[in-house]
Design a protein around this ligand. Structure first.
Ligand code: FAD
Length: 460
């Protein structure tokens, strides 16, 4: 078995395949851990945590602690982030060794039938395979506008590797990556402007959920320009970047030191010669076409992760890797996408899973919405983190919990509870019987369940 790409799709597939008795070779041209560990999930979350520590210090007075002038040692912020990444990447190397997986550093190129060529400084060889898993990931999409190629125009990768905190940054794209980075640099004192083409930021969320993040961003001084089209980027004589945006047909200029392009990611379709492999693309030609077992149009070739453009999330890539490995070993555990949680590390955090209210409306499903505000949760008040709510989407006739969103402190952890409820197709009346510890943020979920059953205790 050969796996190309050592991200959360590829390395997890390698481990699962080795567990199932395959002889596995993993080819990675850059770093084990892929985008997620090196340039994505982990470095952003390390920086999100640093920003949260700074925020705690800034608000310490409220809790009775006087703090003097706070110095930001940005070198240390970044070196701690690098230490976190290094530690996790070396952990993956250890897992590869432990599972007897051969990792070859180098770029894989399609060879003859059932073989790949791998080249690096030391090796120029051919690997023959019985099964191939393509896990070559995705890269930032760059808007084809004037000035997009200027060196001050950066992607999320460079934004996580800056040497100094820019005085100002214009972020083109108010999606998940753009908003997470907006909150990080805002906390560090950078003046951040977000330009979003759609009518609102985080449009993947119900509007009441994204509104909480929008209001928080504005309160913190992040400038949000939604319904705004980024038209061009120019550089002035004194090295200032000027982004022209169009709002309601009028042109406006935003000046900043850096411009971050965060308008989505496109699958690395050129990473391997898919035509030579005979692998076909999906209808939009945005990813490799796969079935529910991650098989491509070629029998012994599988594709997993961002390259399939199903859902660009690390946990989806890993799960697809397990599905593919198990299918190769003869087990049929199909991949399903209807109960995939998302965690968004803005301030406050957002967690969502299953059906949204907007999705229920689009599909004409009659639902009951139950909402519990975190300001009525004892633990949230004790923490002084009262923004947000728990929102449940419940089938109006059967009372099955179809989905939910949590916006507020630690939502990214709390969403696991809702994920289990939605996955298990639990009815509200049954879920209510579970006792939640007091005082915890999880009680917000219980209260929302009670509201869904018209017997809210602390609200509704
Ligand atoms: P990747 O992780 O991209 O790995 C692909 C690997 O293939 C790379 O290492 C590449 O070097 C290698 N490769 C490509 N071509 C070849 C070749 N020819 N030969 C050898 N090797 C090759 N997701 C979440 O779930 N949660 C988050 O909080 C989150 N935050 C993110 C933040 C940012 C800033 C970014 C950019 C992404 C974030 N993501 C997050 C998305 C997540 O990183 C991806 O969904 C995930 O990494 C996809 O995994 P993958 O294995 O498909 O591909």
């Amino acid at each position: 078995m050969v796996i190309v790409g050592g991200g959360p799709g590829g390395y997890v597939a390698a481990i699962r395949s080795a567990q199932l008795g395959q002889k596995v070779v993993l080819v990675e041209k850059d770093q084990l851990g892929g985008t997620c560990l090196n340039y994505g999930c982990i470095p952003t979350k390390a920086l999100v945590h640093s920003a949260a520590v700074l925020e705690s210090i800034k608000t310490a007075k409220h809790f009775g602690f006087g703090v003097g002038q706070v110095d930001i040692d940005f070198d240390r912020v970044m070196s701690r982030k690098d230490e976190v990444v290094r530690r996790l990447v070396s952990g993956i190397q250890g897992l590869m060794d432990h599972n007897g997986i051969r990792v070859i550093e180098g770029e894989a190129v399609v060879g003859d039938e059932a073989s790949l060529k791998v080249k690096n400084r030391k090796i120029d060889g051919t690997i023959h395979y019985k099964n191939l898993i393509i896990a070559t990931g995705a890269s930032p999409f760059i808007l084809p506008i004037e000035g997009a190629d200027l060196c001050e125009v950066i992607t999320s990768k460079e934004a996580l590797e800056l040497e100094d905190i820019p005085e100002s940054m214009t972020i083109i794209g108010g999606g998940i990556i753009g908003m997470e980075i907006a909150f990080i640099y805002n906390a560090l004192g950078c003046e951040v402007s977000v330009v979003e083409y759609l009518p609102r930021i985080l449009s993947c969320l119900d509007s009441d959920v994204s509104d909480v993040v929008r209001e928080s961003a504005i309160e913190k001084g992040i400038h949000i320009y939604d319904g705004a089209k980024a038209n061009s980027i120019r550089k002035t004589m004194n090295e200032t970047m000027v982004t022209e945006i169009i709002v309601d047909e009028a042109s406006y200029l935003i000046s900043s030191e850096k411009v971050l392009m965060a308008v989505g990611r496109k699958s690395n379709l050129a990473a391997l010669d898919l035509q030579a492999l005979g692998v076909t693309l999906n209808k939009k030609a945005s990813g490799i076409e796969v079935n529910e077992y991650m098989e491509t149009s070629v029998k012994n070739v599988y594709a997993i992760g961002d390259i399939t453009d199903k859902m660009q999330l690390a946990h989806v890539a890993s799960h697809q890797g397990i599905v593919a490995s198990e299918h190769i070993a003869g087990y049929e555990h199909p991949m399903k996408y209807d109960v995939v949680p998302s965690a968004i590390f803005t301030v406050p955090e957002v967690g969502m899973v299953g059906m949204s209210e907007a999705c229920a409306q689009r599909q004409n499903i009659e639902v009951t919405i139950a909402k519990f505000p975190m300001m009525a949760c004892g633990k949230a008040v004790a923490m002084n983190e009262v923004e947000g709510f728990v929102k449940l989407i419940v089938d109006a006739s059967t009372k099955e919990i179809l989905g939910g969103a949590i916006v507020g402190a630690h939502s990214s952890d709390l969403i696991a509870v809702l994920t289990q409820l939605v996955y298990d197709k639990v009815m509200v009346a049954d879920a209510i019987n579970v006792i939640y510890a007091h005082p915890t943020l999880g009680e917000g979920i219980h209260e929302a369940l009670m509201i869904a059953d018209e017997r809210g205790i602390h609200f509704g």
